[in-house]
Ligand binder design. Sequence first.
Ligand code: NAD
Length: 257
Amino acid sequence: KLNGKLAVISGSTSGIGKSIAHTLATEGARVIINGRSQESVDRTLAELQLGDQAVGIPADLSTAEGCDSLIQQAAKIAPIDILINNAGIFEPCPFEEISDADWQRFFNINVMSGIRLSRAVTQTMKERGWGRIIFIASESAINIPVEMIHYGMTKTAQLSVSRGLAKSLAGSGVTVNSVLPGPTWSEGVQDFVKELAGDRDIEAFKENFFSESRPGSLIARFGQTEEVAAMVAFLCSEIAATTTGAAMRCEGGLVDT
Ligand code: NAD
């Protein structure tokens, strides 16, 4: 049980982040809901119905100011015990068409936000002798998607930061881990799938998606956001105290490494 722990979940106004917030709150944690706009944060708070257990803090995490602001405001409530680096973007683009600005934009949101947020919480976690930092990376960290190499790069970079940080925090009571989901039926992925499907029927597209583009998937269906959240809840728990520097997969058994 996470009673009394304060958890900051970046990008928790939809998809996997929202499920993580819900699951950690169910385990007794107080959760900080973050998204880019006040409107998205308010809508999520209304949807989750967590009362005093949830506080909304809008902040654009593509900037250093946004990351600082999220941590400063959250730390006013209580010391941060748990940080979930979840905010992220994905969109397909052929390699030749990915501009310098796109590489930078993906790096800023998917990697730098996690680095900045983590850097801002480690000192307090070390002093208190307890902490959990979790990066929501992706199976794409290992199985780089050819249709979005820039996204794959950011997810591999997250694994690198996660593992390095785990080493640097060894023995402090603070664990650092990554979770690697496969295709998961979040709001972001639903939009993505609609775009990929184009004129085709969505249900038929979904059915063919795994056999056509992911042969070898042992579990050939989209994951549920709650399934990712359950793995995160385990990593946050006391019983996960010896799990650190790990890359935990929930990708349907695709990756053969
Ligand atoms: P989503 O689009 O449903 O949610 C993304 C969240 O990130 C939203 O709450 C959005 O507001 C937030 N966000 C984006 N840019 C932000 C910014 N600049 N500042 C603050 N918040 C910002 O997507 P999702 O599928 O739930 O993805 C969440 C994470 O899981 C991402 O890091 C993604 O790479 C990872 N992931 C998703 C899948 C999948 O199939 N859904 C698979 C593997 C990994």
